[in-house]
Design a protein around this ligand. Sequence first.
Ligand SMILES: [Zn+2]
Length: 244
Amino acid sequence: MGPILHGLIKLQSVENRLRAAKAKLARCRRTVILQENQVRSLQNALETKKEEILLTKVQCDRMELELKSRDEEITKLRAALNTAKTNKEYAALLTQLNTSKADNSKIETQILELMKDTEADEAESKDIRQQIDEQKQTLEQTRTESDASATKHEAEIEQIQTEWDRVAKTIPDDSLEIFRRVAETYDGQAVVGVEQQEGRTPTYSCGGCFMNIAAECVNLLMTKDDIIRCPNCTRILVLSEPQV
Ligand SMILES: [Zn+2]
């Protein structure tokens, strides 16, 4: 190994720190987004309740109107009953009157049920409104905290990025391009050590995918400064620290 591979090892360690700092920034932003979503879903639930209350009110109004017109009919039937000329006519009017009264009492019961529903919905709305207020307060607090730590993380990222750029300048363009591509594929892990297994004749494996690595590759790494990639996973191989 020579300056190129050592440079890549250094770059890998800076890359790890850079990714960790970026992950911290993403996490603190995600907390805010999650809490915003909670507020939004509570607001949606409140809207749904409002619509339900409105629909029930419309239904209630319609039934009250019907009740009123039936009451008028009952008044008319009562008057007709008093002026009935025959028993038969009287009996028919009485039946009609009783049916109307029974219908009215049914409607009254339904109206009462609807009013109860509305009361329950209004109580739930009040509860949701309270939850929204509380959740908004929590959100504001989280946002303030998150803004503060985001500023800190951004400064850290900027600092590490400067270091990354500085190390990257020491590495030839083609090698750097390979590093970038492999890092993209393996979530930042581009450079891995070759691991040695003890035995009568030592065997080697890739520290990324654990597939066997030929002894010739290890010899090349010891003697040259070329990029050797794992034939299986394509990560850049380097000798682990004790062998360097
Ligand atoms: Zn591998």
